[in-house]
Design a binder for this molecule. Structure first.
Ligand SMILES: [Zn+2]
Length: 658
């Protein structure tokens, strides 16, 4: 085995000697990724999200069976993180690396030191410093969260197989390049949402989703636990919620929009829920990974599943079946004039508040149809008694009353941007989904905001050509578009900008029924969003991102994540220089694409010119280009007609007859 290893190293050395050009290219790449100009390393650094500062030095730290993890003296949190890191390393390498308190260490040679007693105000609660020297690695932060993120970056520096659950017998040099990283997030809220009402997802998948989020330094999981299609959280006071409201008649064989509603007497067999014990387990699992879980209990709308067991809480009082699919508009909502509604919600929220340590509870508040309120005597009486102007103000009354209750439980309220209608509750945080305008309005009113506009953050939308994608709800949000997102609208002044806490990707699951499909829609768009919310804007770079992302695909495969490669569509663009020369650029979202093209109107094939750089045209030309893999065209040929005329690129003077 040892001999093989030496041989492997010799082979690597001979490659180094003969392939100087390749090394030069690689060094150039490393320089590109590094803010340090004296880099001479050959390592490809592919950390996502891209760190704020990174300097790469000569040499390596080699992880071996003799490596130990030392934790800050007396710190239980560091011991836990040490064990978390050791478990990952030991699984993949079988090294049996041990974790011990630094006060017990006999030497500090060949060690990984974890410490959160650093004092650097600029690093905040989640920033970290990671230094890799030939004999030791140190991760320092102000708080344990920073060390956790230092570990995530460290793991991305080790060969990909570090993520294997079991070694596969291959000889691997577990080398880590010597470097220095100083890193912290741009936003405190880096979220992912998952709707488990439209389709239910098992506990194991929730944990896998949390692991993926943690790997990319996302820190809030917004758990959409209730909606018209099923209630998913055990509430001890109301067992009917999980006995009845969590189950619907199974129409999984029919398209979501056209599903037949339940017939009388049909058995409800599709559904599921999380017990309180499971929720506690998941909350703890997330906490260990620096992820806060914000539960969402929808009200006053998106709540019709409740009326399958508690019809008296709706304006009509009619018993409903849990919806099998889409039913829109959904006019049965909580009766805002009935005291029993608030009694019920307060009892539910009391249990929810106990289960989730987060400071926040999300109460939905979106898309409440006010039809029933207009004709309901109780609701109209409430409007009169409270001196409200209309049903919009009745919604505002509803939300403000719930906020007051949450306040009594030391919880803060978050709602979708409709909670602005009729006047915002005093301390509410707004989740802006109808574009960014609701968020702008809320920030200008001094409220905290989380940006999650449909345009950039709805990951249930198509991410590539719908003709080649699984059926989605609609929309079109490509990886590149997600990457281009700026959560802080420039229109805000400095004070207002402070209210933008961050951004969140949303996975609504009307059209997503399996964990594999949820992964496909989340990844890699979540990875792009992670860089949007973590990395300083000036360090964000699309070309660098897709190159690093390409390295991550192997990691995702090891983790058995069903990712989407992005869009194969070729973007054909042209630019004209001052001399009037027109050059054509062909781009894809995929790193290092094989693009073949034609300029004579014919369809390109594998023998057509291979695109390597921009090319010039001197007359009106039809450009056709295709993405090829293993000799085959992937998806469709892209086509564009580009005009060329003498005026292009020139300063034109408009002549006008007087
Ligand atoms: Zn009513």
């Amino acid at each position: 085995m040892l001999r093989q290893k030496i041989k492997y190293k010799q082979m690597k050395n001979s490659i180094k000697t003969i392939n100087i050009i390749s090394i030069a290219i690689i060094v150039a790449i490393v320089s590109f990724f590094s803010s340090c100009n004296n880099s001479r390393k050959i390592h490809q650094i592919s950390i996502i999200p891209r760190p704020e500062r990174i300097s790469i030095w000569d040499g390596n730290f080699e992880l071996s069976s003799k490596t130990r993890i030392l934790t800050e003296s007396g710190s239980v949190e560091m011991q836990k993180l040490g064990k978390y890191l050791a478990k990952i390393i030991n699984n993949a390498t079988a090294f049996n690396i041990r974790v011990s308190d630094i006060s017990e260490a006999k030497s500090i040679d060949n060690v990984i030191i974890l410490s959160s007693n650093f004092s650097d105000e600029k690093l905040g609660d989640e920033g970290y410093k990671l230094q890799v020297d030939p004999t030791k690695i140190t991760i320092q932060s102000n708080e344990p969260a920073g060390v956790f993120y230092g570990i995530q970056s460290l793991l991305q520096l080790v060969p990909n197989k570090i993520l294997c659950k079991k070694i596969d017998g291959q000889e691997i040099d577990w080398e880590i390049p010597c470097l220095y990283i100083y890193d912290k997030p741009q936003y405190s809220y880096r979220g992912m949402h998952l709707d488990v009402s439209r389709h239910f997802f098992p506990k194991e998948f929730i944990k896998k989703f949390i692991d993926l989020m943690a790997m990319y330094k996302m820190n809030v999981f917004h758990w959409h636990l209730t909606d018209d299609n099923g209630w998913r959280i055990e509430i001890k006071k109301y067992p009917e919620l999980t006995d009845i409201c969590a189950w619907r008649v199974d129409r999984e064989d029919q398209p979501w929009k056209n599903r037949e509603q339940a017939k009388p007497g049909e058995k409800a067999t599709y559904g599921g829920f999380y017990t309180q014990e499971e929720i506690k387990e998941i909350v703890e699992y997330a906490r260990e990974r620096n992820i806060e879980i914000i539960p969402e209990i929808e009200m006053p709308g998106h709540s019709s599943e409740i009326f399958a067991a508690f019809p008296e809480l709706s304006c009509r009082g009619k018993k409903l079946e849990v919806q099998t699919g889409s039913l829109w508009p959904n006019i049965d909502v909580f009766c805002a004039g009935n005291e029993k509604t608030f009694e019920f919600l307060e009892n539910v929220l009391s249990e929810v508040a106990e289960l989730f340590p987060s400071d926040y509870i999300h109460i939905g508040g979106d898309e409440t149809d006010k039809t029933r309120w207009k004709s309901c005597k109780k609701c109209q009486k409430r409007i009169k008694d409270e001196g409200l102007k209309d049903e919009e103000e009745l919604q505002s009354y509803f939300i403000k009353r719930i906020e007051k209750f949450l306040d009594s439980k030391d919880k803060k309220l978050i709602g979708w941007d409709e909670i602005l209608e009729g006047g915002l509750a005093p301390e509410a945080t707004v989740m802006s989904w109808h574009g960014v305008d609701g968020g702008i309005e809320a920030a200008q009113q001094g409220h905290d905001v989380i940006m999650t506009p449909t345009s950039h953050c709805y990951f249930d939308y198509y991410q590539a050509d719908p003709d080649f994608q699984p059926l989605a709800i609609g929309g079109f949000t490509t990886l590149k578009k997600v990457y281009s997102f700026n959560p802080t609208p420039p229109v805000l002044n400095d004070e207002e900008k402070k209210h933008i806490l961050g951004a969140q990707g949303n996975i609504w699951t009307e059209y997503i029924s399996t964990p594999e499909h949820a992964e496909y829609m989340s990844v890699p768009r979540m990875i792009a969003l992670s860089e949007v919310v973590w990395t300083p804007k000036k360090r964000q770079n699309w070309n660098s991102f897709i190159k690093r992302l390409n390295d991550h695909y192997q990691r995702l495969e090891i983790l058995d994540v069903n990712y989407c490669e992005g869009s194969y569509k070729i973007d054909i663009t042209s630019k004209t220089d001052t001399a009037g020369k027109v050059s054509v650029c062909l781009e894809s979202e995929i790193y290092n694409p094989e693009i073949h093209y034609t300029i004579d109107g014919s369809d390109p094939d594998i023998n057509s010119p291979l695109y390597s750089k921009d090319f010039e045209i001197d007359k009106e030309t039809i450009i056709k280009a295709g993405f090829f893999k293993d000799g085959n065209l992937i998806e469709k040929i892209s086509e564009k007609s580009i005009s060329v005329h003498k005026g292009l690129g020139k300063n034109l003077k408009v002549l006008r007859k007087l």
